[in-house]
Write a protein that binds this ligand. Structure first.
Ligand code: SF4
Length: 473
């Protein structure tokens, strides 16, 4: 039997997809290159915010319309968050798979594949519960977990892999549905993470992107008792994990993504100073800078504390690159609060910034908060923040011009012309700009997934232009 995965959502969901593929492969399923040649289409959904939910449901409806005879399994966060409602209201799906237990994917796929589709075409759903009354109930499947088979294949860019060190989150930011979907924090044991990293490095991976909902919280659920006796290192949160990772041999990058700024573990800066394989790249989702809005978001920071953190990081690691996200239009956000955020934005000189507008999510504390901001106003505030960031990011990127740095090659744009795309340490996969690598005539083409040395000679938009230094890898 052959399956095709249609992926949605964040890179944490991508890691889940990789793990599901590994479990499916072990059970004898084969990955199909496209839906045409698949027996079952697995939509690995996102249920984080309204637009993402609509996109995932839209995908199920589109697959059903285009492939009435195929089986469709809805997996991922949406299937988990709305299991009961979707079982009733989305007859277009032949099954739902709760990603709490990824080991059960093969059982869910088999069950969905064995279902008989209704003789008549299914009705279009309009989102209302019960729209599919009378249709076959979707199959919610859970199975006991066999041992983790490892992740094969990787869905990331060449040379790079995401390593998920924890699941869930205990922070309870008032706007966030993640704890509702993924539950409380569950950190993986250090030896387990180390083993995965070793395996990835042995496969030639050059960049390990460490992810979790908030990797700054890593190990807090160990309750101080966790001890990695194998490596003889106390599991003292993220610093303990980084100490363990620094025992691995070889030349590789470790990129840390998503550290909640309210409990940034400062000791990691010591490790990063010492071991240059930990990239001085920081993804700190500040979300806002008004103390009133941050408190309503159930975050403890202020503009001052966040600027202090930015200064501390840059003081310790002058090469630091900082990315953040802002959430605009949270309930109660006034023009004054927005001005505070713009003031913070100007002072922080962030290298990269993603801006989002608030999405009213059921069962989150913010859902029933008063002072809702009109969508138009929220969108306008987002537009202003994005526009203000453009010259800041461009200027921040210009400081790299003239420097010689390692570049991770990703793909050939025009091999005959010697043009390739890759990334520098200041560019995280998929979210930041790229390095446009120019090779001289007659040079051996660089291999995607490997490092080359390059001199940065210019900037186009957010991308940096790099001339490859021949003979240096
Ligand atoms: S830190 Fe806050 S925003 Fe991030 S996943 Fe946890 S609750 Fe959600």
């Amino acid at each position: 039997m052959r399956y095709f995965i249609d992926p949605f959502g964040c890179v944490k969901n991508q890691v889940d997809a990789e793990t599901m593929m590994a479990f499916l492969g072990r059970a004898g399923w084969v990955s199909a290159p496209d839906a045409d040649s698949a027996d079952i289409i697995i939509v690995n959904s996102c249920g984080f915010i309204e637009s993402a939910k609509r996109e995932s449901i839209g995908a199920v409806l589109a697959w059903r319309k285009n492939y009435p005879e195929k089986k469709i399994l809805l997996a991922g966060c949406l299937a988990r968050r709305y299991a009961k409602e979707l079982a009733r209201s989305l007859p277009e799906a032949d099954g739902l798979f709760d990603n709490a237990d990824l080991a059960g994917i093969a059982g869910a796929a088999e069950k969905a594949a064995g279902k008989t589709r209704p003789a008549k075409p299914v009705s279009r759903r309009n989102g209302g519960a019960g729209a599919g009354a009378g249709s076959p109930e979707a199959a919610a499947v859970s199975a006991a977990a066999p041992p983790d088979p490892g992740r094969r294949p990787l869905l990331s860019l060449p040379g790079s892999a995401y390593v998920k060190i924890s699941e869930g989150c205990n922070n309870r930011c008032s706007f966030c549905a993640i704890p509702l979907i993924r539950g409380g924090l569950k950190s993986r044991a250090i030896p387990d993470v180390l083993e995965e990293c070793r395996e990835l490095l042995a496969r030639g991976i050059g960049e390990l992107c460490v992810i979790g909902q908030d990797i700054g919280s890593y190990g807090r659920d160990f309750g101080g008792a966790g001890r990695d006796s194998a490596a003889g290192i106390a599991a003292a949160g993220l610093p303990g994990l980084l100490e363990a990772l620094s025992t691995l041999e070889g030349d590789f990058w470790v990129r840390l993504l998503y550290i909640h700024p309210d409990h940034f573990p400062l000791p990691i800066l010591d490790i990063m100073e010492r071991d240059k394989r930990f990239l001085p790249y920081f993804d700190l989702p500040f979300q806002h800078a008004s103390a009133k809005i941050l408190a309503a978001m159930n975050r403890r920071g202020t503009a001052e504390s966040y600027l202090g953190l930015v200064e501390t990081i840059r003081g310790r690691l002058p090469a630091a690159v900082i990315r953040s996200t802002f959430l605009l239009g949270f309930p109660g956000e006034t023009n004054g609060d927005f001005d505070e955020l713009l003031d913070f934005q100007e002072k922080a000189r962030l290298d990269w910034l993603g801006c989002f507008t608030w999405s009213r999510e059921e069962d989150t504390p913010a859902y029933s908060m008063k002072g809702r901001v009109a969508k138009k106003i929220a969108a306008e505030r987002k537009r202003i923040a994005v526009e203000r960031q453009i010259p800041v990011t461009e200027k921040q990127m210009e400081r790299f011009i003239g420097r010689t740095l390692d570049v991770l090659v990703e793909e050939a744009v025009d091999a005959e012309e010697g043009l390739y795309l890759g990334r520098l340490y200041c560019q995280a996969p998929e979210v930041d700009g790229a390095a446009v690598i120019v090779c001289k005539e007659g040079e051996d083409p660089p291999e995607p997934g490997t490092f080359v040395k390059g001199k940065i000679f210019g900037r186009t938009g957010f991308d940096l232009q790099v001339s490859r230094i021949a003979g240096q890898g």
